[in-house]
Design a protein around this ligand. Structure first.
Ligand code: X8Z
Ligand code: ZN
Length: 623
């Protein structure tokens, strides 16, 4: 759909583009008529006609926008930036105009239920459809779209250095995963944050002004409030749910932080990682310290608990290619009874980084025509992180295809957290037993029950570590948008939120001229991030439901529903709903519950949490 699909990237991507061909400048200047609905006292029939016409116009422009955005992101030049900005301007102007016009109808008595739902989505789904609202003044709308395209491309063209030599962003990410020399890690981390983030600050500051002006013009207090409005509840209720969920899972994070800090202190010594206080951000195997699975070798329990294999090593040993990794992912979905990806997917996707041009390497999934033109865009490396990312992106693609029969305004996830959770939920089924089933792991090397702690710790390093990062990115942005974080405080507030929630500190001193948030893709791309926090919990809810459905009796983390057609059919039932119903209805279809909850995740990790508490006994945890 529209917007978003790609979840992150894709969402944004889609969002960003817009189309011109259909209505051209008449859309941009807001003067195009949607003929129905201009009457003084509109009727429910006028509302039906308005919605039908809105869907027609948005649907057309959206596809054009997708095309421009795809070309821009897979071939960054000044020209494709300009084209993408132009399409984004026109599409966003149309989205904003439709949101405004929807207000004329949404309180009418006697609206058909679908019309009422679509009016709600037109008014409150802008975060998903276009990311930011543009001001009605065409000059300001153009300026906003130009800045958005420039910020995103600046990120795509970003470079770090290693040993004084320039490296691309995808290679910098890989270096952060694999290097173990603190001086080199510090060089890559600092060069990336300085080179990519700092030059964005002026653009970002202006973008916030323009986007807030657009949000206010359509009745929101600011852009952050507009983003929180898209969850079938009030923005205030959403914020309360968000904080409540963090409170539920925080004790588990605190234990993992404490244990990991001890291991890093033992490995590197107190001069690199002190035994107390926050953890140095570049030691955790990820540029943003957002997931720590890549340093499992440093934290693995000695001897008996270790799992004895790494997925990266297995992939490398089999000489697996990036395309074969995508085929492995597809096979999981087809094993559930879902259809194979179309031939065009394999022809049109960008699976590895092209060597001759600038691209956005950050992974995304697309449905260009909102029907079957599915694609992913990745710069895939042969490692376990990217195997999970492949499953993640295909989750978006399978979701997009499942709801492709819905009307335009329903071409979306139940909420954006659902869209992000599907592929990760599937990847939780990548158990040792499953790896043996697909011949990656020798059956004789399947770890026995004595290795469960190691298996759980490996998962926790990716999944539990992510929680506070997933939470804080939009805490920062909501503060930026509502003005409680001023431009002079952009950097200090970011550093402080990372300290407060993650217990992480930068490896080199930062100052007010730095702009570290810009060095994380979703900030320049304006993809909301609360979705990933929700997805981090939802994926365990889906997983537990699927394992229950398949009659699994053992420990939850050993369950794989690979090949289970009953799970596939039920999943498809939820996915095919798209955004046609409020998200609790969709959640109920698959899990039987209507609440997002941290409990299934806590249940999955319960044995590990008890083990961590024992390991941390006598230590002063916290920071
Ligand atoms: O951006 C993504 C996906 C595309 S939607 C690769 N993710 C977040 C990130 O990388 O920061 C997936 C997990 C979190
Ligand atoms: Zn995603």
């Amino acid at each position: 759909m529209l917007r978003y699909l790609p979840a992150t990237a894709s969402l944004v991507a889609l969002a960003l583009t817009a189309c011109a061909s259909v209505t051209g400048s008449s859309v941009a200047d807001g003067s195009t008529a949607v003929s129905a609905g201009t009457a003084a006292s509109p009727t429910p029939a006028d509302a039906d006609a308005f919605v039908a016409e809105a869907e027609r116009q948005l649907g057309e422009l959206n596809v054009e926008n997708n095309r421009a955005s795809w070309v821009n992101q897979t071939y960054i030049t000044d020209e494709t930036d300009a084209l993408a900005a132009r399409f984004d301007r026109d599409y966003t102007a149309l989205v904003v105009r439709m949101a405004t016009e929807a207000s004329k109808y949404d309180r009418l008595p006697g609206l058909a239920p679908d019309t009422a739902r679509k009016l709600y989505l037109l008014k409150n789904g802008i975060a998903n459809s276009s990311g930011l609202a543009s001001p009605a003044d065409p000059a300001l709308g153009s300026e906003l779209s130009t800045i958005k395209a420039r910020l995103q491309s600046t990120y795509g063209k970003g470079r770090a250095t290693l040993n004084g030599k320039e490296i691309t962003g995808d290679n910098a990410e890989e270096a952060m995963q694999t290097l173990r020399d603190p001086a080199k890690l510090q060089e890559v981390w600092t060069s990336w944050h300085n080179n990519v983030g700092r030059p964005m600050k002026a653009d970002y500051t202006r973008m916030v002004e323009l986007a807030n002006r657009g949000a206010k013009e359509i009745g929101f207090a600011d852009t952050g409030t507009m983003w929180r409005a898209g969850y079938d509840m009030s923005p205030e209720e959403f914020s309360a749910m968000y904080d409540r969920l963090w409170t539920e899972v925080r004790p588990l994070y605190d234990q993992l932080h404490c244990y990991t800090r001890t291991k890093l202190n033992q490995k590197y010594g107190a001069s690199v990682q002190p035994a107390s206080g926050p953890i140095r951000a570049d030691l955790l195997g990820n540029m943003w310290a957002q997931d720590w699975g890549n340093i499992y070798d440093i934290v693995a329990p000695k001897g008996a608990g270790d799992i004895g294999y790494s997925v990266t090593d297995l992939l490398v040993a089999k000489k697996t290619t990036p395309e074969q990794m995508v085929r492995i992912g597809e096979r999981f979905y087809t094993s559930l009874g879902l259809a194979p990806l179309p031939d065009t997917f394999w022809k049109r996707s960008q699976i590895t980084r092209p060597r001759d041009r600038e691209v956005i390497c950050h992974a995304s999934a697309w449905n260009i025509d909102n029907k079957d033109d599915l694609r992913i865009k990745m710069c895939t490396k042969v490692n376990d992180t990217d195997l999970v990312t492949v499953h993640h992106e295909l989750g978006h693609n399978y979701y997009q295809r499942a709801y492709n029969q819905q009307p335009f305004l329903y071409l979306n996830g139940a909420n954006d957290g659902f869209h992000e959770a599907i592929g990760d939920f599937i990847a939780l089924s990548v158990t040792p037993e499953y790896l043996a089933q697909i011949d990656l792991l020798d059956r004789r090397r399947i770890p026995d029950a004595s290795k469960d702690t190691g298996l759980l710790l490996r998962q926790a390093m990716d999944k539990v570590s992510f929680l506070p990062f997933g939470l804080l990115v939009d805490k920062w942005r909501w503060g930026v948008f509502d003005g409680s974080i001023t431009p002079a405080e952009y950097e200090s507030a970011w550093v402080e939120l990372k300290r407060q929630y993650q217990g992480i500190t930068p490896p080199t001193p930062r100052s007010a001229t730095d702009f570290d948030p810009g060095a994380k893709y979703h900030i320049p791309a304006n993809t909301s991030y609360a979705r990933y926090f929700l997805a981090a919990l939802l994926q365990f809810q889906f997983y537990k439901a699927a394992c229950d459905m398949s009659g699994w009796q053992g420990p939850l983390h050993r369950c794989s529903f690979y090949g289970n057609k009953q799970v596939g059919a039920k999943l498809n039932q939820m996915l095919a709903m798209g955004a046609s119903r409020p998200w609790p209805d969709a959640l109920e279809v698959f899990t039987g519950t209507r609440e997002i909850s941290g409990k299934p995740m806590l249940e999955y990790f319960a044995p590990l949490q008890a083990w961590l508490v024992r390991q941390n006994a006598g230590k002063q945890c916290g920071w």
